[in-house]
Write a new protein. Sequence first.
Length: 149
Amino acid sequence: MAGAQPVPVRRAHPRRAGQPAAPDPGRPDLVTCGIGANDILYSAPAKLFADLRTLIGAVPDGAVLLDLPLPTGIWGVIGRASVPYVTRINQTIHQAAGARGLTVAEVSAHFLPPWTGKFAGDCFHPSQDGYRDWAQALLAAIPAAAPAL
């Protein structure tokens, strides 16, 4: 569900707490789940944090979550002002994932300056070079998730 926000994803993929997933020969080998920086703008903070925890509680066992890149040095004053909020979001992702034993791909540790060439023409979404950093974060996280695969 690329481009979906947390609530529609939860509705489309419900999971009951404590209930193991039924065997499914069509089950994917790897499920990844990450939100985009634009997704944090659509809800009040309390709702966003509650939705994040609920979403992380609903992803399949063995899923790999992605944290958010820190907007340090990008988007001017708005980027600098949002660093504490994004840091808090990442802490929530790591804590909720840890409580479920899920791996987190640390995009925040891989998608870093220098920013030249890492954003698409809209100056918001990653370019091929930017997504290469995201892919490196995922590749670094997959060995930790391998026992669950």
